[in-house]
Structure formats: structure tokens, C-alpha cells
Design a protein around this ligand. Structure first.
Ligand SMILES: [Zn+2]
Length: 189
């Protein structure tokens, strides 16, 4: 993210926080204001919901990964499915299934990245949560130590899903957050 010029006195942008009042100041207020400017210049391209490139990208939610810029994607080109780690969870499979069966995608690209927050977590995270709130989450943390191996596991989950009709074109990558380059992972090594 880049810094912007200092806001004028009384502007909402000066004090971002979750509890901004009616005069603004919360990050959401800033984003809603940005949307007004976006909509002012928006021209409806008239496309339908089917991705032009017939591709779905499953990627980590990491803030340093700008998928459209990094992959040269344009509006309408692809489905993007993001979560912590870019993990192929049951819910990611749900989205991929709808993407392929209802909206015509054929290819799947998986993108993990260097320096992922999940590398510093373990499944102890779940136990600590249980200790704190008295309830164990039903989901796995999906922490990992070896990002290459985690990409292979995600590719395997796509390739073995009975719900997906298109499992041939599945490729996995690690995005380097320092260079911006993708490194492809060999599924068989
Ligand atoms: Zn990540």
C-alpha cells in the first residue's frame, strides 16, 4: 500500500480506525468513499458472469499478492477464490465446483507464496482457541512447514475431487513476495 497526501483538516482519512463516528474515519468509510469515485468512472462492460479466460485461481488472502496485476488479468477474466493459505478446503472445492459446472471454467491455478502466515502457525492454534473460548473450531488450521509440499497437496485435492469435471489442467505456483515472480511446483517431485 502506498501513502497518500495528507488529508485536509476534518477529512475522514486522517484517523482510520474501527470505531469512526458519523463524520467518518473508519477504514470502511474510506473504502466506501473510494467506491464512489470508482463508480463515477465506471462503464458497464456488459459481460456475463462466465469468466472470459475460463480459469479459476485459488490463492492466499495475503495482502501483498495482487492477483490481477501479477497475472496480467483484466476485469471479467477469471474467478478468484482466496483464503488463508490458498488452501483447497471443502469450501474452496464448493466454489470450484460452481465455477466449473455453472460458470464454465476449465483451468485451475493454485498460488501460495513466500512468507505465508500459516508457516508460523501449528494445529496448536485450534487447541489454544478451544482453551480460550470453550469450543473447538470445526475447521483445520491447515498450517504448513513446506510451502512446495502444501502446493502439491492442494493440487492433489483438486485432482481427486469427484465434484470437479475438469481436473486435467491444474497447475500450482509459489509467488515470491519480494520479486513478484511465480515459481511453478512440479506435482510429482
Ligand atoms: Zn499466505
Amino acid at each position: 500500500m502506498t501513502t497518500s497526501a495528507p488529508p485536509p483538516a476534518g477529512s475522514a482519512a486522517g484517523a482510520p480506525g474501527p470505531s469512526g463516528g458519523p463524520s467518518g474515519g473508519s477504514v470502511t468509510d474510506r473504502l466506501v468513499e473510494a467506491n464512489r469515485r470508482y463508480a463515477a468512472g465506471f462503464r458497464d462492460p456488459g459481460m456475463d458472469a462466465r469468466p472470459v479466460l475460463r480459469v479459476a485461481v485459488v490463492a492466499c488472502m495475503d495482502a501483498r499478492l495482487d492477483l490481477h496485476a501479477a497475472l496480467g488479468l483484466e476485469l471479467g477474466d477469471c474467478h478468484t477464490i482466496r483464503n488463508a493459505g490458498g488452501v483447497v478446503t471443502d469450501d474452496a472445492i464448493r466454489s470450484l465446483t460452481i465455477s466449473q459446472r455453472a460458470l464454465g471454467t476449465r483451468s485451475v491455478i493454485l498460488i501460495h507464496h513466500t512468507g505465508c502466515g500459516l508457516e508460523s502457525l501449528t494445529e496448536d492454534f485450534r487447541h489454544e482457541l478451544e482453551d480460550e473460548v470453550g469450543q473447538r473450531p470445526p475447521w483445520a488450521v491447515e498450517a504448513f512447514r513446506d510451502v512446495d509440499q502444501d502446493v502439491r497437496q492442494s493440487m492433489q485435492r483438486v485432482r481427486t475431487s469427484p465434484f470437479l469435471p475438469h481436473r486435467d489442467d491444474v497447475r500450482g505456483f509459489v509467488f515470491d513476495v519480494h520479486t513478484g515472480l511465480l515459481r511453478e511446483i512440479d506435482p510429482d517431485s
